[in-house]
Design a protein around this ligand. Structure first.
Ligand code: SF4
Length: 201
């Protein structure tokens, strides 16, 4: 059994925060264990809670459409959330719930080691761009060591706000370019220091 599978089992029985009380299923995340790209959303919604899978409702369908624009399928990327259990009534996750769940996401990132982390919405954005406003920084990547962090609007927000839809669609189209840029940089500087923060573009 892989370490990631063990982690999934821990998540499914976790009671570290109050969100465990109202869930039907915890939703650890899914995708290849060696995915190059990881998408991090906010938390499971109604359908995700029922099925135990991330992004399976309307926002998930839209995410699949966005991925198709760059010739990717959901099976090729890793998809998870900052909290693994559904907040009641789809309310925002509380800071203490995000904190309680943080070790699971940290561990997923350590095990999968994605090259590109796409944050979907402001809660996952806060992890890498603290204090930033998503409407200002969406679509602006930053590189830390050999990982690129890329903030985008949440697909659910774009579904409800037509003016954000075109922004989300523009932002997704930059992903292949980001990966190509990372290949280029790694070839030029194979020993990129992990701690050094550099901006890209
Ligand atoms: S949200 Fe995270 S920390 Fe809270 S019960 Fe679910 S898995 Fe555990």
């Amino acid at each position: 059994m892989s370490e990631l599978t063990v982690l999934y089992q821990e998540v499914r029985t976790c009671q570290k925060c109050i969100l465990s009380e109202g869930r039907t299923n915890a939703v650890p995340g899914e995708g290849p264990e060696d995915a190059e790209i990881m998408f991090i959303g906010e938390g499971p919604g109604f359908h995700e809670d029922r099925q135990g899978r991330p992004f399976v409702g309307a926002a998930g369908k839209y995410l699949e459409e966005l991925l198709a624009k760059i010739d990717l399928t959901r099976e090729e990327v890793y998809i998870t959330n900052v909290v693994k259990c559904r907040p009641p009534g789809n309310r925002d996750p509380e800071a203490e719930e995000i904190e309680a769940c943080r070790p699971y996401l940290d561990r997923q990132i350590e095990l999968i080691r994605p090259r590109l982390i796409v944050t979907l919405g402001r809660f996952s954005m806060q992890r890498y761009f603290p204090g930033a406003s998503i409407s200002r920084i969406h679509g602006q990547p930053k590189r830390v060591g050999n990982v690129i962090y890329y903030p985008m609007f949440h697909p659910a927000a774009a579904l409800h706000q037509p003016r954000w839809r075109s922004l989300v669609e523009e932002d997704i189209l930059k992903i292949p370019e980001l990966i190509a840029k990372l290949d280029e940089i790694e070839e030029a500087e194979p020993d990129i220091p992990q701690a050094e923060q550099l901006s890209l573009f």
